[in-house]
Design a protein around this ligand. Structure first.
Ligand code: PLP
Length: 435
């Protein structure tokens, strides 16, 4: 058979409509400005031995992925669109490797899954994204993994928590939804002390969920974290069209992460990798600058409002950890980058401020153009939500407060709108809420 015959004229036209040309320059990545979305569950192999070579090379600890021409076999193992995104994400987080997953939760699960086995323990900050809390509190004990929830803002107390079964320390900074910061370098100092004398395979790893800050605002690996996780669904994706997650890690963990994904599933679909690669990551800096400016203006406006008890935003001098924010949250040029997320608490007795929050949300949902009532975050649209009357509504006010959810807490994810418009919409909703 002549493999160079691009026309394959001997085949039925219908067969040719399925297969196109045998070799097509349309799939030559070298000449595309926009990489094509590769969509192929399985890959054509040149020979049986080439297939064997591919299997042997996959997740091989001594082969540097990316350093060799990849042999693609099957989507769940590796494929080109996702591989290009992973390379770019590793660059963004200045990590040695990056492995993507179908969602942020799948990435978080993998980051701990490659470190922890039955009998091990993880220390985690006590406030975090709801599903991560549920993963740790519901599922990990079933897998025989002990979970210690603690206040990691109190860095001086971390050392005592690091008993010999602890293999990972997990936290978000800033944390969802109350924007607490954790001093990554201080956690690293405590972990280094605990790791002293441990075998390398036994060492404690620090895992940071960097979803809120994104690599634009902070690169946790540079501050001392070992592993970074993201929900790509949020501000790296940026447009709210596709889910995804990533683990950025040292090269030594790459084989395990790839094997974990191969065997536990949840790879990022190439057609979901593509928008992150083509639209999301390339516009992150541009969007972030506009969003941070908006977050700052909205935070300053809310701080002056009569109906607002307090505003939680690392960029405000009133944030209890503003000094830490100044040290830890910096863009690549070294400029202060306090993020796009802010929360605020309404005034009034428990029931009163919960009702005010609910009224505010209903008014915005029905009337506002520039503020959208929705969960999720990190989109070009400004999103707002009120956990007490939404995600945590089934809990009593007492139970909500115990879970760290104030009845009057409202979370905002700044978009790229004009600040004047967002403030106008908030102003109107606040006046309705107090009526
Ligand atoms: C959304 C989110 C996640 C989970 O990501 P998914 O892509 O929804 O699975 C994890 N951590 C944080 C901080 C998040 O905001």
């Amino acid at each position: 058979m002549n493999h160079d015959d691009g026309n394959k004229s001997g085949y039925h036209p219908e067969t040719r409509m399925i297969h196109g040309e045998f070799r097509s320059l349309h799939w030559n990545y070298g000449t595309h400005i926009i990489p094509p979305i590769s969509a192929s569950c399985a890959y054509r192999l040149e020979s049986a031995s080439r297939g064997a070579e591919g299997f042997q090379a996959f997740a091989h600890p001594e082969l540097e992925r990316g350093g060799v021409d990849p042999i693609y076999i099957y989507d769940r193992l590796d494929e080109p669109s996702r591989g290009m995104l992973e390379k770019n994400l590793a660059t963004a987080e200045s990590s040695e490797c990056a492995v993507t997953f179908a969602t942020g939760m799948a990435a978080i699960r993998a980051s701990m899954g490659v470190l922890l086995k039955a009998g091990d323990a993880v220390v985690a900050h006590h406030t975090m994204y709801g599903c991560t809390y549920s993963l740790l509190s519901t599922w990990f004990p079933r897998f025989g993994i002990r979970v210690v929830f603690a206040d990691l803002t109190k860095t001086e107390a971390i050392g005592e928590l690091l008993s010999s079964d602890v293999k990972a320390v997990y936290f978000e900074t800033p944390s969802n939804p109350i924007l607490e910061l954790i001093d990554i370098a201080a956690v690293r100092a405590a972990v280094d002390e605990a790791n002293d004398g441990r075998e390398e395979g036994d060492a404690i790893h620090i895992i940071v969920d960097n979803t809120f800050a994104t690599p634009f605002c902070q690169r946790p690996l540079e501050s001392g974290a070992h592993i970074v996780c993201h929900s790509l669904t949020k501000n790296i994706g940026g447009f709210g069209t596709d889910m995804g997650g990533v683990v950025a890690a040292p090269r030594s963990l790459e084989p395990l992460l790839l094997l974990f994904r191969k065997d536990l599933g949840a790879p990022l679909a190439p057609r979901c990798a593509w928008p992150h690669l083509v639209y999301g990551l390339p516009t992150l800096a541009l969007r972030s600058r506009q969003q941070i400016a908006l977050a700052g203006e909205v935070a300053a406006y809310l701080e002056e409002h009569d109906l607002v008890e307090r505003v939680l935003y690392p960029g405000l001098k009133s944030h209890p950890q503003h000094e830490l924010a100044l040290r830890q949250m910096r863009d690549a040029d070294g400029a202060f980058a306090p993020g796009i997320m802010l929360s605020f608490v309404l005034k009034g007795a428990d029931e009163v401020r919960q009702e005010r929050g609910r009224k505010m949300m209903d008014h915005l949902a029905a009337n506002a153009l520039s503020v959208t009532l929705a969960v999720s975050l990190g989109q070009i649209r400004t999103l707002i939500e009120h956990p007490s009357s939404m995600t945590h509504a089934p809990l009593s006010l007492e139970a909500q407060k115990k879970a760290g959810i104030d009845p009057g807490l409202i979370r905002i994810s700044a978009g790229i709108e004009r600040a004047g418009d967002v403030i106008r919409d908030l102003e109107e909703a606040l006046s309705i809420a107090s009526a």
